[in-house]
Design a protein around this ligand. Structure first.
Ligand SMILES: Cc1cc2nc3c(=O)[nH]c(=O)nc-3n(C[C@H](O)[C@H](O)[C@H](O)COP(=O)(O)OP(=O)(O)OC[C@H]3O[C@@H](n4cnc5c(N)ncnc54)[C@H](O)[C@@H]3O)c2cc1C
Length: 330
């Protein structure tokens, strides 16, 4: 099969690219798009269907590798040629460096969220490693357990404005979540976590950090950083003229770390497709809205101003509803 533009991955970035050019061939391993923000709801007890959005893809198959020299994609059941390629394969989570990683539960996939939901039914003491947005949201979603967040830095939500960190801390403390700052996890056992300065009981240890690009990118013959493809300001690979990357699959050279967020994934998917079609527009990293949800508390920034309560909740729900609508219209 030959397709002029082929998109690998039908998540937020991939469907945004497809909506710009419906002639592109969209390949994904699943019929369903997983709405990552809804994974937190699955952990808190929602059925998995809550996070699964039925959307159209042109080829449902597992992507194994890409032969960039011969411009072909190797799937489990097929080989697909491309003229232009957009890679949008999303994230994975790396915690294999933790001593005892087999006792750690990851948060980046639907399978992971289901496992945590089931395990929570018999757990009392929960340790969350990492106090970034994933860690604080998951701490807010888990009810009636002894929760401890272990964070290496001296504050929560590192990288986000200071007022968001203090607000998150206040809400978590009101919910009786213990927060340990400046502590590094040394090892994890079946029912314990050992840090640089203490030992804690843990029936369930969650890892809320270490988000990188998709592991599979490590097999590709292309320059990557943290399993994200290194691209220029047009989201074009620094190695191959006809290859673009977007969303959690892109690392823009000279730009440092860009947040892994749905808004950025959407605008990057659109830019990547425009440029694959020959327009060559610079990608603008405009993370104009950022909403954190801790239990039923919503807060964040809108164009750098603090927002809270009903406005923040409305914006978060509207953003999710919009993404669901985009997916359904593919
Ligand atoms: C738990 C969690 C909560 C989050 N909450 C928020 C939030 O509240 N707000 C926010 O802005 N951002 C949030 N994010 C981040 C946001 O979801 C991502 O930045 C965004 O989804 C990235 O879009 P993407 O298209 O790059 O990847 P994804 O949306 O992950 O899409 C990747 C696609 O690639 C497909 N794929 C992967 N590997 C293969 C393969 N080998 N073969 C075929 N197909 C494959 C997958 O099936 C998937 O459809 C959250 C992330 C997580 C993990």
């Amino acid at each position: 099969m030959k397709g002029k533009v082929v998109i690998l991955g039908g998540g937020i970035a991939g469907i945004s690219a497809k909506l710009v050019n419906r002639n592109a061939v969209l390949i994904d391993k699943s019929r369903y798009m997983i709405m990552a923000p809804c994974l937190i709801d699955v952990v808190s007890g929602y059925p998995e269907e809550h996070a699964m959005i039925n959307r159209n893809v042109d080829i449902i198959d597992n992507i194994k590798n890409v032969d960039f020299k011969n411009k072909s994609i190797i799937l489990d059941n097929n080989t697909v040629e491309y003229e232009k390629l957009i890679i949008a394969l999303g994230p994975s989570q790396n915690y294999s460096f933790i001593n005892g990683s087999e006792y750690v539960y990851g948060l980046s996939s639907l399978e992971g969220a289901i496992k945590i939901r089931e395990r929570l039914k018999t757990s009392k003491d929960v340790i969350i490693i990492g106090g970034g947005y994933l860690g604080v949201e998951i701490a807010g979603a888990i009810k009636n357990k002894n929760i401890t967040v272990i964070e290496r830095a001296e504050k929560l939500l590192t990288g986000l404005p200071e007022n968001l960190s203090t607000h998150a801390e206040k809400i978590l403390r009101e919910k009786h979540v213990k927060i340990i700052y400046g502590s590094t996890v040394k090892s994890v056992g079946k029912d314990s976590v050992i840090t640089s300065d203490n030992e804690y009981n843990s029936d369930l240890t969650l890892f809320a950090g270490g988000l990188t690009g998709n592991k599979i990118i490590g097999n590709f013959d292309i320059t990557n950083k943290n399993l994200k493809i290194v691209v220029d300001k047009y989201l074009k690979s620094v190695d191959y003229e006809d290859v673009y990357a977007c969303g959690d699959s892109m690392f823009i050279e000279n730009k440092g770390n860009i947040p892994m967020s749905a808004i950025i994934a959407r605008s990057a998917g659109i830019t990547a497709m425009h440029n694959a079609l020959g327009y060559m527009r610079e990608f603008r990293n405009d993370n104009w809205i950022n909403v954190i949800e801790i239990g039923n508390n919503y807060f964040g920034t809108l164009n750098n101003s603090f927002i809270n309560g009903g406005t923040a909740k409305f914006l978060k729900k509207a953003a999710i509803a919009l993404s669901v609508n985009y997916a359904r219209s593919v």
